[in-house]
Design a protein around this ligand. Structure first.
Ligand code: ATP
Ligand code: MG
Length: 274
């Protein structure tokens, strides 16, 4: 469905995205995982037409995507990392505005705004101004705004920043439901546990490049044998008790430790935003 070919973007001397190639299949839940400054937002900005690549190509359903006004873009929904909402408008007014921008007619607009409010769990707060919303409510509305025009591909840039576990779970349940309805997801984050829950296939990005790509099991295979052995060792009784008190089985704990280890192994341990 989506093919990024050799994309490169520089900011002055700094190469933010470096000959990046990536394929996302229709109906897939794809995770783009990378530390701060890896180039995730720059990649997504080119994909949604907000930034022009210095070189490379983006194909959507086999056709080249060019710029912000490309009609193909109507099939893509974009949840930006920075909230894109009008604080002085209510949730319903925000959704009506964005729906109108997408050219939805009056009956369709009313139907889609009601749908968006339901997805965001904001039907009862539809008439409050966004200024008065919590961080989680704003994030949920930010997601709903991307769904109004019934996109085939939903691109999410760190959509759970600053939300509590309840809102995060609500967002994930909404995404899982959308996925079962056939929408394709491209999910960007630096939270390992998010891609573990949501994504079938994952690309790990660092310093503008894809350093590894595959299913969770395939990525775990990339760990050096010694590290792999360390995470499959038998646990002692005390550790098992400790994990149990956190509601975790040994298998769950090693699986979590597994992907985090892969991520740190591939992207290194130094701070990226220092
Ligand atoms: N407008 C800009 N001007 C100059 N440099 C930029 C600009 N935007 C991003 N960069 C730099 O490009 C690199 C990639 O940034 P980008 O925002 O794409 O990373 P990211 O993976 O989205 O990071 P984060 O997890 O912090 O959102 C970083 O080194 C960043 O400092
Ligand atoms: Mg970013």
């Amino acid at each position: 469905m989506l093919e990024l070919k050799n994309l490169t973007k520089r900011y002055g001397e700094r190469v933010a995205v470096d000959r990046l190639s990536l394929c996302v299949k229709r109906g897939e839940r794809f995770g783009l995982l990378g530390p701060n400054g890896a180039g995730k937002t720059t990649t997504i900005s080119m994909l949604v037409g907000a930034l022009k690549p210095d070189s490379g190509e983006i194909l959507f359903n086999g056709e080249p995507l060019s710029g912000e006004c490309d009609p193909l873009k109507r099939k893509i929904g974009y949840v930006p990392q920075e909230l894109a909402l009008y604080e002085d408008l209510t949730a319903a007014e925000n959704l009506r505005f964005f729906g109108a921008v997408y050219g939805l007619g009056s009956a369709k607009l009313t139907e889609r705004v009601a749908y968006g409010l339901e997805v965001a769990g904001l039907t009862d707060r539809a008439r409050s101004r966004v200024r008065a919303y919590s961080g989680g409510m704003k994030r949920r509305l930010n997601l709903a705004a991307a769904l109004l025009h019934e996109p085939e591909l939903l691109v999410l840039d760190e959509p759970t920043v600053g939300v509590d576990p309840q809102s995060r779970n609500a967002i994930f349940e909404a995404l899982e439901k959308l996925a079962t309805e056939g929408i394709t997801l491209l999910y960007t984050t630096h939270y390992m546990e998010e891609v573990e829950r949501l994504c079938e296939r994952i690309a790990i990005m660092d310093q503008g490049q894809i350093v590894a790509e595959g299913t969770q099991a395939e990525l775990r295979e990339l760990l050096p044998t010694a590290q792999k052995r360390a995470i499959t060792l038998e646990a002692d009784e005390a550790l098992l008790e400790l994990l149990k008190s956190h509601g975790l089985s040994w298998q769950e704990a090693t699986e979590r430790g597994g992907l985090e280890s892969v991520f740190l192994h591939l992207t290194g341990r130094s701070l990226r935003d220092a």
